[in-house]
Ligand binder design. Structure first.
Ligand code: FE2
Ligand code: FE2
Length: 287
């Protein structure tokens, strides 16, 4: 830590700082070590062995802390979405590619939840508890998908197909704007996962992959919770800033180049995740 960084840290003992541990885990490259570390950190916070220290600021203006973020393994090779081959899920290779793409989303989601912890200071403890719970669930989803992928053959493991970097790209764009991060990551990109889930589950079921379809059910259940957490903190942030949530969302989506969302929307899951009628109407009007 530089002298400038030390100056913005509190003088209290911060050796048990869970936000600093989240930053360290974000830099871990091995996905399995990262996933296990996230679960251990969740347990440490739950047991009172680690604490949040919300007042600590890690950003120093010299970009020092951005080095090595996010830590990721040498593979998958990252390519533009256009370079990714579409494969029919009726073949084992096609199903493996689909499961790999989902595992890659979950790996990114672990990093996104960890980033929400260390980067943004001055928030209530409940905010940090919520995003650590999200990180732990993303780690679980990643592990479920990779375990299942491995059952398809020896040549399949995380890293065996190329992948794209769309999720982390939005994290980068919103790294200086907490409300935009909430608007565009959980409430846009994760919410899009709610829409994508039923057709992906149907594809796996039609290929006879019952275990894969069951994993999709677990992920959808948890992802409704993640989007709900995003909605809760987005509304809290709008209220604190005195801005109107629907208009503010439209402004942030335009400012940060959010992808235009297209239906069909999973309205039942979106309602369960806390989107209200005005938000769902605005979503459908923008289609
Ligand atoms: Fe997930
Ligand atoms: Fe999630």
């Amino acid at each position: 830590m530089s002298a400038a960084c030390a100056a913005v840290s509190s003088s209290a003992d911060v050796s048990d700082c869970a936000r600093e541990r989240a930053l360290e885990l974000l830099r871990v490259c091995d996905p399995f070590e990262k996933a296990a570390g996230v679960t251990a950190l969740r347990d440490a916070v739950r047991d009172g062995a680690a604490h949040w220290h919300p007042a600590r600021q890690f950003l120093c203006g010299d970009g020092e802390h951005e080095a090595g973020i996010p830590g990721r393994p040498a593979t998958p090779q990252l390519v533009s979405p256009r370079e990714l081959k579409q494969r029919a899920v009726t073949s084992v290779d096609g199903r493996a590619a689909l499961l790999h793409a989902l595992a890659h989303i979950e790996f990114n989601a672990i990093n996104l939840a960890l980033d929400a912890l260390w980067r943004f200071d001055g928030l209530p403890s409940a905010y940090y508890d919520d995003w650590l719970q999200v990180a732990a669930e993303e780690a679980y989803h990643f592990s479920l998908l990779v375990s299942h992928l491995r059952t398809l053959g020896d040549r399949y493991d995380y890293g065996c197909f190329p992948a794209h970097d769309g999720l982390w790209d939005m994290a980068r764009r919103t790294s200086g704007d907490w409300l935009a991060r909430l608007a565009l990551v959980p409430r846009t990109l994760e919410a899009r996962g709610l829409d994508a889930s039923p057709p992906i589950k149907a594809k796996l079921s039609s290929a006879g992959d019952k275990a894969g379809a069951a994993i999709l059910d677990i992920i959808l259940r948890d992802e409704i919770g993640h989007v709900a957490i995003g909605n809760r903190w987005y509304r809290w942030g709008c209220e604190r800033a005195g801005c109107e949530p629907v208009e503010t969302y439209a402004r942030l989506a335009a400012q940060y180049g959010a992808p235009r969302l297209r239906g069909p929307f999973n309205l039942e899951a979106r309602r369960a995740a806390g989107f209200d009628d005005a938000e769902l109407a605005a979503l459908q009007a923008g289609e």
